[in-house]
Design a protein around this ligand. Structure first.
Ligand code: SF4
Length: 332
């Protein structure tokens, strides 16, 4: 999809100021992890939104909130224009139209169920009739490049790449509009990764699928994504078209991430920050103001006192950083 088409199309998914906390024990006390904090995103039909960030930045929690696997504490999620309930059961059509492919192709399949049985199971749960289940299983196997005979195989008889094809087939059989791919190729060898990525792109074109593609691998995200959101400590700090993000990153964290990715060249960057030092702070006790300030080479006093707002610093390019005037919060 071109940038112009992307902007014109109505969103398939809108995430508006969504937050999620988890209570944990910290010694004898209880503490709160701010896993996702006021995140807003838009995903348009037949496009791919990549989500990147270090481990623990909240990207997988965000995916589970989108899919309704965790209740939402605050904020709204809309799918195809309809507001989804924050808690409880979602309408059947929404459940069917939003699917997920997990990272580990081994644990995602029931070892005691045949391939056909695994693909059929969610269809049966949704009350699809036997004849249609058989037809959809056969079609899904064909779509992912597996012969129909594989329906009788068991997971232990398959390679890692074949298992991930089965996981994709299981999602595909539900006839989804949106598939969340959470580190879905990370556990695979590079050559198999490339095959699965190409398969996902072919399926997107054939069925006009929309993807949320989550990965810590910046190269893979660049290859797959139309738009990218960068997350840090539960917040989106930058989001824009993939080309702009990879060739003119604005947020210091994005710049550091790209600079530390060995096979990527960052061009047209006006500043060249030193690679960030130290670990990401604990989400139990995030820094005040800008959460990246303890690792930011450009941190200034206001960064500790004022939280920057995610706002448009260039056309279609949103960033949350005090280096850009648009990120100043509105005066109250
Ligand atoms: Fe760095 Fe301040 Fe920008 Fe945060 S707001 S990224 S600390 S310059």
């Amino acid at each position: 999809m071109t940038a112009a088409q992307h902007t014109a199309a109505q969103p398939l998914l809108q995430v508006d100021q969504v937050s999620k906390t988890f209570g944990v024990r910290r010694g004898l006390k209880r503490a709160t992890v701010h896993a996702v904090d006021e995140v807003s995103l838009v995903v348009r039909p037949s496009s791919t939104l990549g989500i990147v960030g270090e481990s623990g930045c909240g990207k997988s929690t965000l995916a589970r909130l989108v899919l309704g696997l965790y209740p939402v504490d605050a904020g709204d999620i809309r799918f195809a224009g309809k507001l989804l309930p924050r808690t409880g059961k979602r309408p059947r059509a929404v459940v069917e139209q939003m699917q997920m492919v997990f990272q580990d192709p081994y644990s995602a399949l029931n070892p005691r169920a045949s391939v056909g049985g695994s693909i059929a199971f969610p269809l049966e749960v949704q009350g699809v009739g036997n004849a249609e289940v058989r037809e959809r299983v056969a079609q899904a196997l064909e779509d992912v490049g597996l012969h129909g005979n594989y329906a009788t195989y068991y997971p232990h008889q398959l390679s890692g790449g074949q298992r991930q094809r089965v996981n994709i087939a299981r999602a595909l059989a539900m006839r989804p509009k949106l598939i969340v791919l959470d580190e879905s190729v990370s556990a695979l060898d590079k050559s198999i990764q490339a095959q699965i990525l190409n398969l996902l792109q072919d399926l997107q074109e054939s069925y006009q699928l929309t993807y949320i593609f989550i990965s810590h691998d910046l190269n893979v995200v660049e290859y797959m994504s139309d738009h990218v959101a960068v997350m840090y400590l539960g917040q989106v700090v930058e989001t824009c078209g993939a080309e702009a993000l990879y060739h003119q990153p604005l947020h210091p964290y994005t710049q550091v991430l790209l600079a530390s990715s060995p096979s990527l060249e960052v061009t047209e960057r006006t500043t060249a920050p030193e690679p960030t030092s130290g670990e990401m702070p604990s989400p139990l006790d995030p820094p005040s103001g800008c959460r990246f300030r303890t690792r930011c080479p450009f941190a200034m006093p206001t960064c500790a006192t004022t939280t920057p707002v995610l706002a448009e610093a260039a056309p279609g390019h949103l960033v949350a950083c005090h280096l850009y005037p648009s990120s100043q919060p509105a005066a109250k």
